[in-house]
Design a protein around this ligand. Structure first.
Ligand code: CP
Length: 316
């Protein structure tokens, strides 16, 4: 990459905002941070004195903990506010909540919200950097970045790879961010799922929609299953989970259609036996826990870059 490149994004709202160069730069930065988590003393002073607030209005295990671990490994002070502890439950608006948080001078607010666009709205009203930790069915940029880092680690190159994404595309912010990211890096993204899970016009995002799961998985380099987002469905969109598992679950038999060294991925949380059989989730092609490990490095990079960090900083 040219040395003249500078990362210009103060807010991390979605993969849509990033160029190919931005994505590669974030992933390079994440690689440089990854080793810190393998040290006996897993802490560097890079964000010492910075304040990071986790503002989560939806449940999360991986993303919230991963951002908190990332911030602590960089010596930032971290605070968590969840829907149960937020005054939005007492009728306060999201913007008022955010302005009150801002009055305490945090440097970064990491936000997850059920409404698409909520982090973008916040970014217009507060001066702290906003990092989107998942907004409705819109985007989940840190998840897509950790997915791309994981594929790079195992496959060396993303250009020309076939990425099969299977399942609930309509309600998945992970799918949207990964489609944007992998296509910007030159991969071919093929989708498959029940018709009710495939949004009309999705091909305008530069993806292919397969008629069958077999077509999507054949010769794939990566098979990514998505969680069925039941919390975002007003009415059931599939007859039953049993039927979904029979037609769209990833099992050993269907996986044989992919390349022999294909990676199996899932953003979590997994519904075992529905989106993926346990022997596939725990099998030797699975990189699901590598995704989680890489999540910490990617989030360290995002916190650093959102703080105006420079990779040549000698304190790393
Ligand atoms: N992948 C993901 O967003 O997981 P959590 O909901 O546990 O954060």
């Amino acid at each position: 990459m040219e040395t003249t490149y500078t990362f210009k994004h103060r807010n991390i709202l979605g993969i849509e905002q990033f160029s190919r160069e931005d994505i590669l730069y974030i992933l390079d930065t994440a690689r440089s941070f990854k080793e810190i988590s393998t040290r006996t003393i897993k802490k560097v002073p890079t964000l010492r004195g910075r304040t990071v607030v986790n503002l989560f209005f939806e449940p999360s295990t991986r993303t919230r903990l991963s951002f908190e671990v990332a911030a602590k490994r960089m010596s930032a002070d971290t605070f968590n506010i969840s829907v149960s502890t937020s005054s939005t439950r007492k009728g306060e608006t999201l913007i008022d909540t955010a302005r009150n948080i801002e009055a305490m001078h945090p440097d970064i607010i990491i936000m997850r919200h059920a409404f698409s666009g909520a982090p973008q709205l916040l970014a217009k009203h507060v001066s702290a950097s906003i990092i989107n930790a998942g907004d409705g069915a819109h985007e989940h940029p840190s998840q897509a970045l950790l997915d791309m880092l994981t594929v790079f680690e195992h496959k060396k190159e993303i250009t020309g790879r076939k990425i099969a994404i299977i399942g609930d595309i309509s309600h998945s912010r992970v799918a949207r961010s990964n489609i944007l990211g992998f296509t910007k890096l030159g991969a071919t993204v093929t989708l498959a799922g029940p018709q009710t899970f495939l949004p009309p016009g999705i091909t305008s995002m530069g993806v292919q929609v397969a008629d069958t799961i077999s077509e999507a998985i054949t010769d794939a380099d990566v098979v990514m299953a998505l969680r069925i987002q039941q919390e975002r469905q007003n009415d059931p969109l599939i007859p039953s989970l049993k039927e979904y598992a029979a037609f769209f679950g990833i099992n050993k038999s269907i996986l044989k259609l992919a390349k022999p060294d294909a990676l199996v991925m899932h953003p979590g949380p997994i519904n075992r036996g529905v989106e993926m059989s346990p022997d596939v989730a725990d099998g030797e092609q699975s990189v699901i826990l590598d995704q989680v490990t890489n999540g910490v490095a990617v989030r360290m990079a995002l916190l650093y870059l959102a703080s105006g960090g420079n990779r040549n900083n000698s304190e790393i």
